[in-house]
Ligand binder design. Structure first.
Ligand code: SAM
Length: 266
């Protein structure tokens, strides 16, 4: 153990016991849970999670870490290590393979790809029961931000339309080896139940949110000019003179539904 952490893999290994314990108790793993860990590294979270749940699937990109982790886990529980880039893992297929209706996902994420991982998980939300992630504090603040906040943006809207976002606690740089340059936070994400999810075309929502926040200082009628006219924005019940940062996540769904439907391709 104690391999030299690799910057290119975003490796910052957790070593402070009290934060490890707080994360594990926030997850509250139970025997029989289908736990999946993203980026187990040297096993700081893996081993206590495995001890509690009896089995765990871990997805790790760095081959150098895998043999030692497997050895350490052997006496603790049933650890399956998948050598893969998590962005290429199909969580719905993984849940089927593990015979679970839904997965409980956790991880101290590699920060260099934290937003792509979040969007990837949101795409598979139907196969996920909950997620507990360590991320840069700044990212967690954006995920949980409310309309009107300076940090409310695309990440806040897209995540809040798919999940309940609950920031749990902050973790200082000194809890990791090597310490990252930023503060970190642990966040819980619980995918919305089917009845709570919006029914707009996801691509339309994506397009509206992207355009609206690409030019956040502009009014909606300016920022959405390529997509929707001022009249259509008003007809959706939204002031075309408002700025994106004042709209609720569901306001964006209303705008997405107002987009002209594309002709079905043959
Ligand atoms: N869980 C360990 C801990 O808390 O000490 C390690 C956390 S470290 C911040 C991130 C981990 O994610 C590293 O083990 C790294 O090798 C792994 N990783 C980086 N990119 C990855 C990817 N695309 N897919 C899967 N794992 C990745």
């Amino acid at each position: 153990m104690n391999a030299r952490p690799k910057k290119s893999f975003g490796q910052h290994f957790l070593h402070e016991k009290r934060y490890i314990e707080r994360i594990v108790s926030a997850i509250a793993p139970e025997d029989g849970d289908t736990l999946v860990e993203i980026g187990p590294g040297e096993g700081a979270l893996t081993l206590p999670l495995l001890r509690a749940a009896g089995r765990l699937t871990a997805i790790e990109l760095d081959t150098d870490l895998i043999p030692a982790l497997g050895e350490r886990a052997a006496a603790v529980g049933e650890l399956r290590i998948v050598h893969a880039d998590v962005l290429k893992v199909d969580f719905a297929a993984l849940a089927r393979e593990l015979g679970a209706p839904r997965l409980r996902i956790a991880g101290n994420l590699p920060y260099y790809i934290s937003s792509p991982i979040l969007f990837h998980c949101v795409e598979h939300a139907a196969a996920i029961q909950d997620m507990h992630f360590m991320l840069q504090k700044e990212v967690v603040d954006r995920m949980a931000a409310e309309p009107g906040s300076k940090v409310y943006g695309r990440l806040s809207v897209m995540l809040q339309l798919a999940c309940r976002v609950t920031p749990l606690f902050d973790v200082p740089p000194g809890a990791f080896r090597p310490p990252p340059k930023v503060d970190s936070s642990v966040v819980r994400l619980v995918p919305l139940a089917p009845a709570e999810r919006h029914d707009a075309d996801p691509q339309a929502v994506h397009a509206v949110v992207k355009a609206a926040f690409a030019q956040r200082r502009k009014t909606l009628s300016n920022a959405l000019r390529q997509l929707l006219g001022a009249e259509a924005i008003r007809a959706a019940g939204i002031d075309p003179g408002a700025r994106a940062e004042t709209l609720s996540p569901l306001d964006f769904v209303r705008l997405a539904k107002a987009l002209p439907t594309r002709p079905a391709s043959d």
